[in-house]
Design a protein around this ligand. Structure first.
Ligand code: COI
Length: 333
């Protein structure tokens, strides 16, 4: 791909964050962005890296009316040896990351978050697939996704709302899934919880995802995560957790897990650990779950051994501090 590059003059570049421990998540963006257009019959054209700026969109652009927007998320890291690493990336973003390399933070747990996005740009009122799209990539330095950092989160099991139903689009990173989740997550946050735990849309019985991440439980030494039923996201971190744990000899099951089983395991002491996984959240321990007016505390509100081992291992692979037997880490250039 022949990517045109228009650089921001050195004097006009933004100030980089001074304190990496206060990065938070998704607040700061760099000097440049990647854009590329699509038109039916013509294909993709005009790939370029140019100054970061607001998009000019026709008010009739279809993404603004019918929600045709999908995105991805991944991260770039500084390795101890001065290399830049990407973790399980899609293509087309290496040049942008290299151009913005001075924005990659160096602190532990920090990285450059990469957000590729595609929106429908046909100007039309009418519900049909768009004939034109804009693909863009923006990047920015981030720290922990949850304000708790690696401290255990508190999760509220929501029964009145569902995130996605079988036959729907819950398996893809479509903006519409996130719009549909906001009312429930605001409700949970108002009650003092970090996020919601979604149940299946049909029986409202089986766990699906937690907030914006996949979920795992350890019961009687079995690491359990819901199967990819079509209504949950096939997260890259979920897949990494499964592969790593299996390689360590842990019994891993992708199977349905009901709230009844979780409550019973919490009551009889066989629930050992619970955590969420995602690109943004990495591996994030769950300390408490609220369900039908009762709170259940896991691993005494602390961080479980497998949770910590997975978190450490994934970060060490991402930062190039450990061997990468699965070939997930890509060094650039
Ligand atoms: C991610 O984990 O990368 C996500 O996209 C989740 C969230 C930031 C929306």
């Amino acid at each position: 791909m022949d990517i045109k590059i228009v650089k921001v003059p050195a004097k006009k570049r933004k100030l980089k964050p001074a304190d990496e421990s206060k990065l938070g998540f998704g607040q700061i963006f760099t000097d440049h962005m990647f854009t590329m257009q699509y038109f039916e019959g013509k294909g993709w054209y005009d790939p370029k890296i140019a100054p970061y700026k607001p998009l000019a969109l026709d008010p009739a652009a279809m993404c603004l009316h019918y929600g045709q927007l999908i995105f991805e998320g991944m991260k770039a890291y500084w390795g101890k040896d001065g290399s830049i690493f990407l973790f399980r990336p899609v293509e087309a973003l290496k040049k942008l990351v290299l151009l913005e390399k001075d924005w990659i933070p160096r602190g532990s747990g920090t990285s450059l978050y990469i957000r590729p996005t595609m929106i429908a740009t046909e100007t039309a009122i009418g519900v049909h697939p768009s004939n034109a799209y804009l693909f863009f990539i923006i990047v920015g330095p981030v720290g922990a996704y949850y304000p708790e950092g690696f401290s255990p989160t508190k999760i509220y099991v929501i029964e009145d709302y569902v995130r996605a139903a079988p036959g729907g689009i819950g398996f893809c990173k479509a903006a519409a899934n996130y719009a549909a989740s906001l009312l429930a997550s605001q409700f949970a946050i108002k009650q003092g919880y970090t996020q919601v735990l979604w149940l299946d849309a049909v029986e409202r019985k089986y766990v699906e995802e937690v907030g914006t991440s996949n979920i795992f439980f350890v019961i009687k030494d079995e690491l359990i995560t819901p199967p990819l039923s079509g209504s949950i996201l096939p997260g890259v971190t979920r897949d990494s957790v499964i592969k790593l744990a299996r390689s360590w000899g842990v019994k891993v099951s992708e199977r349905s897990l009901s709230m009844d089983e979780i409550v019973a395991a919490a009551a009889d002491g066989t629930m050992q650990e619970a955590f969420a996984s995602g690109t943004a959240a990495i591996v994030s321990p769950i300390g408490k779950i609220a369900f039908r007016g009762k709170e259940y505390t896991f691993q005494d509100g602390g961080v479980g051994n497998l949770t910590r081992r997975l978190y450490d291992e994934i970060l060490q692979i991402q930062y190039g501090e450990k061997d990468d037997p699965f070939g997930w880490r890509i060094r650039i250039p």
